[in-house]
Design a protein around this ligand. Structure first.
Ligand code: ADP
Ligand code: MG
Ligand code: MG
Length: 894
């Protein structure tokens, strides 16, 4: 027979902390605290399986549940010497929801359940405190009507405010018993008026009403949305906790409070919390009165003149300090605690691992490891790699004043300041002149990529967290605020309007991608650094890691940044990005628009020294670490002149007419450039381009090698290969150039030639391609596009709908589609190794910086991941966690 109900109380419990799945987080920890002998009011937990059975059977309870609840109430009765529903030995309970993970969408707790017109008299007599009894009853009516019967709590607050005003009271605690009785009559009348039925007087009816409300709340919209946002499966279900009440509102020797065993924002080792005298439940967080500090130290630091718990109730305080130490050691983690003091006696009502900032998480993990409470490996496992993002971008100095002019979504973390520009062209112009800009658009499209590159940050007034602007900005590591709906952009007028204030091109604004704020003017910033606790965790992570972490970088700035974040080489240098600047783009356009090989070679000759010096700088920055350089990849039309002025400029440089040039431009038009004349197809059509690039790479490698006195081994990557013959053709050219450069310089050159695996055909034929390729780098952006047949730039319009309708769980461009795209990766890795056991395998798509995808890369046994510079520490940590997890599961298997 299934056990539906688990009891706890009086130093014993039927459940344990490990029963989280069955009892929910709250229930499992209440049981654990009881077993530890801590003072916890007795109670019971109705399991998550009841929730699932409830929904499986058309919202009816399992048959045995009612009897189980009756006997569990008896269990509470035996411990407390009371009986639920019996005025002569009154037992009141709380009904608390509790899923596996804490979920804000769920039903709120109902306290003081079991009170009615009759039992409230008993409570008054029993406690000798009528004010307390009526205060409890009015709270109960208010909470129950709100959370169980759906009557908005504001109607009660209005009544209370009116009463307080007419009675001349300021605080709730000033009302007398009689005055509360008056409020209660008004409350009950209001319930009847609004709901057409009286407030339920039968304690059994109240109890089942509350239990039913918890289970129903599992499927309310708030909970469903929360689950979707946090990837919580519906099948988890929620548990219900029913627990004997203890009262923090029994006068001045009673109190209620919340605390963290360490400071959750800094991680400092100090008990950190607040309490209120003569209060109940959520009063502390509800902001009804200003709460007091728990410790003297915190009181002094806060400059508060209200006494601390330490001063006011030293015995209860000491008991609480002892318990919080004990709980932290027991759970081996920082705890978030709830407690109540009833007439001087301390009761624990909740413990759980406390939420903390990334900074606090690092500090706490490092200190606990240093104290030997956890191992270094556990410390590494405790940090959520994605949370490091908070620490890897410039952030607004917390001390700085903020003049907020608008609010959007925190689409990509970090803060940025710059002049407003409304177009990508303006962004590029300003950048070329060394000015910093914020690109302000209604929304962005693929055409804005270059403008986004040039900008310090991006602000859009439309679009969500997965809008083009948001996705691209995150990939670039640029701060972005998206969907700032209160701001209005008028491109024609060149204005950004916020609540009556008008901003124009050139005006300075700041965006905070961490919280979505848009601020007027420049604001003081703090630069990210990898030091202290952060550095310690990284060092421990590196010790546990198997895969290398490289970066995707082509500018010296990015390369240096990545090195400072611990990158172990470059996994992807996109050479085309080097062609957008100033004079280069003109030479590049000349090259593309040339209509003979001879003219093309002339233009390439101009580009050669530029490329060579770029590569030289990268080799020097990477100081002997591997550098993978990809040959020209994108469709040529991306470089074409867009405006008449640009066209004229190129025409004059090439000494041809603008008309002729325009024709040539039109000839390069493609219907579907993503699948068009790009990648190695360019090198096959125009081998001289690949030859120039290979020469630049080899000459730079020789120079860098001479300077450093050590060999530089470049890795040349041929993009978009589907046929081994494509690779062989291009490789033959590369090899020939290598031979000539060796002869010319009299220096031996070591290099690798390999390919990106970014087409399904390449994955399928990987064993053959590996005959010509010395390495594979999985270009999972394109591989995802080509496997799904979805263009990333167009995906935003339907992928969100797919997510909402449950057709996909995650955006495959953010987290690798392990079942599909991942299967191709796995297959290609295996086939590649079968042909060439020592083949180097890496990943250079956006997924290289995504922790879940990194886990997959570890499973497949890739040699490295490569990601954008800002994600390098995230990847280092995620790779370490993946290695530890893989070792664990291997140990389990053997
Ligand atoms: P949440 O999950 O929102 O924190 P809880 O179930 O923990 O909800 O309860 C809300 C408040 O009520 C907390 O302050 C808690 O300490 C208090 N509370 C819950 N059960 C009891 C009880 N049996 N006696 C006294 N206070 C309680
Ligand atoms: Mg709680
Ligand atoms: Mg690609």
């Amino acid at each position: 027979m299934t056990k539906w109900v688990y009891t706890f109380g009086d130093g014993a419990a039927e459940g344990r902390a490990g029963d989280r799945n069955l009892l929910g987080g709250k229930g499992a920890n209440l049981a654990e605290m009881c077993s530890l002998g801590l003072p916890v009011p007795p109670g019971f937990t109705i399991t998550t399986e009841v929730c699932n059975a409830y929904y499986a059977n058309g919202r009816t309870y399992p048959e045995a549940l009612e009897a189980d609840v009756v006997s569990a109430l008896d269990h509470i009765g035996r411990i407390t010497g009371r009986r639920f529903g019996d005025p002569s030995k009154l037992l009141l309970v709380s009904v608390r929801s509790g899923a596996r993970a804490s979920m804000p969408g769920m039903m709120d707790t109902v306290l003081n359940l079991g009170l009615n017109d009759e039992t409230v008299e008993a409570l008054a007599a029993d406690s000798g405190d009528a004010r307390f009894a009526y205060d409890s009853y009015r709270r109960f009516i208010q909470m129950y009507s709100d959370v169980v019967m759906g009557l908005d709590h504001e109607v009660f607050e209005e009544i209370l405010e009116d009463q307080k005003a007419s009675l001349g009271h300021e605080l709730d605690t000033e009302l007398t018993a009689q005055e509360w009785q008056g409020v209660i009559s008004l409350y009950k009348a209001k319930v009847e008026e609004e709901l057409g039925k009286p407030f339920p007087q039968d304690p059994q009816e109240q109890l089942w009403g509350a239990i039913g409300a918890v289970f129903s709340s599992w499927m309310n919209n708030r909970a469903i949305t929360y689950r979707r946002l946090h990837d919580i499966p519906e099948s988890w279900g929620t548990a219900v906790n029913v627990q004997a009440m203890v009262f923090g509102n029994m006068g001045d020797t009673s109190a209620t409070g919340v605390a963290f065993t360490r400071n959750p924002s800094t991680g400092d080792r100090q008990l950190y919390g607040e309490f209120l005298v003569n209060a109940q439940g959520e009063d502390v967080v509800a902001g009804i009165r200003t709460p007091q500090n728990i410790t003297e130290a915190a009181r002094i630091a806060a400059g508060s003149d209200k006494p601390s718990l330490q001063k006011l109730m030293p015995d209860a305080f000491q008991a609480f300090v002892d318990i919080s130490d004990r709980l932290e050691k027991h759970y081996r983690d920082m705890q978030d605690l709830e407690f109540t003091i009833e007439r001087g006696k301390l009761w624990m009502l909740q413990t759980r691992s406390g939420k903390r900032t990334a900074k606090a998480a690092l500090k706490i993990a490092v200190e606990m490891a240093k104290d030997g409470l956890i191992t270094k490996e556990e410390a590494v496992a405790r940090i959520d790699p994605a949370s490091l993002d908070q620490l890897l971008h410039p952030t607004i100095d917390p001390k700085a004043a903020r003049d907020v002019i608008g609010m959007g979504l925190p689409a990509s973390p970090g803060a940025a300041t710059g002049e407003i520009v409304f177009s990508s062209a303006d962004a590029e112009d300003a950048k070329a002149q060394g000015r910093k800009v914020i690109l302000v658009r209604i929304e962005t499209s693929p055409e804005d990529i270059h403008g986004m590159h040039a900008a310090e940050g991006i602000l859009t007034t439309r679009g969500g967290m997965t809008s083009h602007a948001a996705v691209v900005a995150r990939g670039m590591g640029k701060p972005c605020v998206s969907g700032a709906g209160s701001l209005r952009v008028d491109y024609k007028a060149g204005t950004l309007i916020s609540m009556g204030q008008t901003f124009r091109k050139g005006d300075i604004i700041t965006i905070d991608g961490g919280n979505g704020q848009v601020l007027k003017g420049a604001v003081a910033m703090l630069q990210p650094e990898l030091s202290g606790d952060f550095a310690a965790i990284m060092e421990w992570a590196d010790a546990a890691r198997r895969m290398k972490v490289r970066t995707n970088a082509e500018t010296p700035l990015d390369a240096r940044m990545a090195r400072s974040f611990g990158a172990e080489g470059i996994g992807l240098c996109r050479t085309e990005h080097m062609f957008f600047d100033g004079a280069r783009i003109v030479a590049m356009r000349e090259m593309i628009l040339a209509d003979s090989e001879k003219d093309r070679r002339a233009a390439l000759d101009k580009l050669l020294p530029m490329q060579r010096s770029d590569f030289l700088e990268l080799f020097e920055i990477m100081a002997g670490l591997p550098v993978t350089i990809r040959l020209l990849d994108p469709p040529l039309h991306e470089f074409l002149p867009k405006t008449e002025a640009e066209l004229a400029e190129v025409a004059s440089a090439m000494n041809v007419s603008a008309d002729k040039l325009r024709q040539r431009t039109e000839a390069l038009h493609e219907f579907n450039p993503m699948l068009g004349h790009r990648g190695c197809r360019l090198a096959v059509s125009y081998p001289e381009i690949a030859e120039m690039q290979a020469r630049a790479i080899f000459e730079a490698a020789v120079q860098a090698g001479h300077k450093a006195g050590a060999l530089v081994v470049p890795e040349i990557m041929v993009p978009l290969v589907g046929l081994v013959k494509e690779l062989e053709y291009v490789k033959a050219r590369i090899d020939a150039v290598a031979q000539s450069v060796m002869q010319e310089t009299g220096t031996k050159i070591d290099y690798l030639t390999g390919t990106m695996i970014e087409l399904p055909r390449a994955a399928i034929r990987a064993h053959v391609i590996a005959e010509a390729a010395e390495f594979f780098s999985f270009g999972t952006n394109d591989l995802t596009q080509t496997t799904f047949g979805i263009s990333r730039d167009d995906a935003a319009s339907f992928l969100e709908t797919y997510r909402q309708k449950g057709i996909i769980e995650q955006d495959p461009f953010v987290s690798l589609d392990v079942d599909g795209v991942g299967e191709l990766v796995r297959m290609a890795a295996e086939k590649g190794r079968a042909t060439r056991p020592a083949i180097k395998l890496g990943i250079c798509g956006e997924h290289g910086g995504d922790p879940a995808s990194i886990r997959f890369c570890e499973e497949v046994g890739l040699d490295y991941v490569s990601c954008s510079p800002y994600r390098v520490p995230i990847a280092r940590l995620a790779a370490a966690q993946a290695a530890v997890a893989a070792a664990k599961s291997a140990a389990k298997r053997s």
